[in-house]
Ligand binder design. Sequence first.
Ligand SMILES: C[S@@+](CC[C@H](N)C(=O)[O-])C[C@H]1O[C@@H](n2cnc3c(N)ncnc32)[C@H](O)[C@@H]1O
Length: 271
Amino acid sequence: MSQRYFESVTHANVYAKFRPCPPKQLGNRIINYLKEKYEGELSLCLDAGCGNGQSSNLFSSDFKKVIATDVSSAQVTVAKTMNHPSNIEFLVSPAEQIPAKEGSVQVVSASQACHWFDLPQFFKETKRVLCSNGIVALSGYTFPKFIHPTREQDFQRAFDLLYYQRTGPYWGSGRELVDNEYSNIVLPFEDFIREEFWTEETRTTISEFVGYITTWSGYQNYCKNHGAQAGEEILTEFTSSCLKAYENNKDEGQFTIRRKYFLLMGRKGKE
Ligand SMILES: C[S@@+](CC[C@H](N)C(=O)[O-])C[C@H]1O[C@@H](n2cnc3c(N)ncnc32)[C@H](O)[C@@H]1O
């Protein structure tokens, strides 16, 4: 069964502002894997569960057209207001019903999204729309790793309190698949592989990081259950713990983080 947690306009707006875009390295790896066996034109890529297009941009310069779909009309509405390349078409559509003709797509991709899909139905649709030697690429990313010479554990403790204890009960079951880095998803496709890589270290501020937390479906569900004020309080608790960890440190208010990306790929094979 698919799970829907990204339906409100408020959520779609914070998502657009604070979610990371996957690195170009991810898109390049997917396209190189496709080209190992596919030699034709790159005419159509499908990005399922596209959000506001964070992942769709990875493919727009290599493919003639990208169809980016999401089941949430709020996410798609916000995506359309953003400055995306004109060869990306955003559509409201469930991943389990792909708006493309049989055999017309070279890459079906889903970034940080397939854990919410009805996977057997999504795989069936993917097989229908992929061309011979077309590929499916399912990627995701972990929560960030904090980089600090002496305070990593303090930040991690503040984060764990927020994730496991405060918002823990408010995540859908799909979240477990991400925590396991998709290692228990098997693609019913040929040449199935799983890869992972870390991003470079990046700097972010505590307030940007708190903005990212507001994009979590677990946080949004927490607010639905306990009210916006209670939501603010758990963010304040997290911020205070981080600032405390920075005591006497000139970097106060900034984080250095890295993210791990994981990627599953498989090929339709020749018919
Ligand atoms: C965590 S966001 C990922 C968005 C974007 N791909 C990214 O990389 O940030 C997950 C998205 O999947 C969408 N989604 C969840 N279930 C879906 C389904 N069955 N079909 C299509 N989209 C779905 C949600 O509405 C949400 O926008």
